[in-house]
Design a protein around this ligand. Structure first.
Ligand code: AMP
Length: 280
């Protein structure tokens, strides 16, 4: 029987009692196949899997979508149960941030680029809540999606810097049939914008195609991605080829890199990324 837990104390006890190694999947809920792929992997690689569902207020900026972020706890719990999850941790904000909570975790450098420059403070909120969740759950392994590639690098760095005993495992992005990366926020897309939202994926494909053809100039690759996104009338935040670990921009893509892209379509912000692999 899957247990639904709301307090830190009960979650700590439950996780300590479960058969290990324990696999942990932190989420903000409104689960889709991307989340389920992480849960399935945790289940396949660990005797027990636990999930957290917490829409973390501290990673939203003022004016962002915290209040209207999509939520459906009954459906999420049914999906977790069906996926074989042992326990779901669904704390209130007061439980996660008790009165007097005043610590925060900053992953300087990594947190300031790309998403961090457009959403200042976002990764402080992410790193802080993940550190607290890791200490509560004390899982041997935690599973994160490559969909949020910068977040994955921030969490990896935080875990290594703070010697947290949880191995961070990145897992590939799950996409709709037409390439759109699955996201809880895709429900915000208006019907007329749905097809245009695939521009990010098409831009990533265009970048890889150029690299396949022998192009290694970072600026040329960047311009090709921008052309696809702007050609569809989206507002571009950034499109860039970066070092896969430091996320520093690359002048030359002469080794495996990561293409990062973010754009706005009406009221919706979309992000995506993919590896860029030069021919050998
Ligand atoms: P979220 O609920 O959006 O905070 O996401 C929870 C976890 O699921 C994060 O590690 C995300 O990177 C991951 N995730 C979200 N969308 C996808 C996707 N399309 N494919 C794989 N993982 C995903």
């Amino acid at each position: 029987m899957m247990q639904i837990i709301e307090t830190v104390a009960e979650m700590r006890d439950k996780c300590a009692a479960l058969a290990g190694p324990l696999g942990f999947v932190p989420t903000m809920g409104y689960l889709h196949r991307g989340h389920i792929s992480l849960i399935d992997r945790a289940r396949a690689e660990c005797p027990s899997a636990v999930v957290s569902i917490f829409v973390n207020p501290s990673q939203f900026l003022p004016g962002e979508d915290y209040e209207r972020y999509p939520r459906d706890m009954p459906r999420d719990l049914a999906l977790c149960e069906a996926a074989g999850v042992s326990a779901v941790f669904a704390p209130t904000a007061a439980e996660m941030y008790p009165a007097g909570f005043s610590t925060s975790v900053e992953v300087t450098g990594l947190q300031d680029r790309w998403e961090g420059s457009i959403r200042p403070g976002h990764f402080r909120g992410v790193a802080t809540v993940v550190a607290r969740l890791f200490r509560i759950v004390q899982a041997e392994r935690a599973y994160f999606g490559e969909k949020d590639y910068q977040q994955l690098q921030v969490v990896r760095r935080m875990t290594s810097d703070l010697c947290l005993d949880t191995e961070v495992i990145g897992s590939p992005t799950i996409r709709e049939e037409d390439g759109l990366a699955m996201s809880s926020r895709n429900v915000y897309l208006e019907a007329g914008d749905r097809q245009r939202a695939t521009a990010l994926y098409r831009a990533l494909l265009a970048a890889q195609r150029l690299v396949d053809e022998g192009e290694s100039d970072g600026a040329t690759i960047r311009a090709a991605m921008e052309a696809v996104v702007l050609g569809e009338g989206l507002r571009l935040d950034y499109a860039i080829a970066v070092d896969p670990d430091s996320l520093e921009p690359l002048e030359r893509v002469d080794r495996t890199a990561r293409a990062l892209i973010a754009a706005r379509l009406g009221p919706v912000r979309l992000i995506d990324n993919a590896p860029l692999t030069p021919p050998t």
